[in-house]
Design a protein around this ligand. Sequence first.
Ligand code: G3P
Length: 218
Amino acid sequence: MKFFVDSADTDAIADLAATGMVDGVTTNPSLVAKSGRDFKELVAEICALVPGPVSAEVTALDADTMLKEADELLAIADNVCIKVPLTWDGLKATRQLADRGKMVNVTLCFSANQALLAAKAGAAFISPFVGRLDDIGADGMRLIGEIRQIYDNYSELESQILVASVRSPEHMRASALIGADVATLPPEVLKSLIAHPLTDKGLEAFLADWQKSGQSIA
Ligand code: G3P
């Protein structure tokens, strides 16, 4: 399973990349706006921090302008992945980019049919937003299970399921159990995956006993 970081904070991305756990990064216009950084400079910096795909989202609504924006973004680095919204124009742009061998992440997916369309358009990644579905009383993880089943039913559907809007370790656990290909995690959620009180308690006890033994290893 691949781990992406969902962030436009280069310090946080660099910090996590140093663990060797980060396979890619996703950004969106809200995260970029929050960073206060120039978009293209930011994308270039992130692309140098991680070897894998870095999703950079177009903001045009029509396919022709999306493709122009995509070309600007693709020129930044080889690992740029173009992110487009799940609209008919987004899917048209996806088809054209996929035919040129470019990676596309289709975002703002909230239904199994939308995921089916994105895969049919040649998306490298489909991004279902589980947290936002939970927010409206729907079941985000159920959607991931449905998409997994649909993609597994048809070998020609090659999109990877990129679980997005991940808000908790439970979303991550459920994604892994279902067999999602990728999850994109806010830095604080990724960091929280390691936490268990018995690990902390056990380590404390081991160290206290070790100190009593009076030994040292190095
Ligand atoms: O990857 C999409 C993500 O950034 C959206 O997360 O928490 O704003 O729903 P959230």
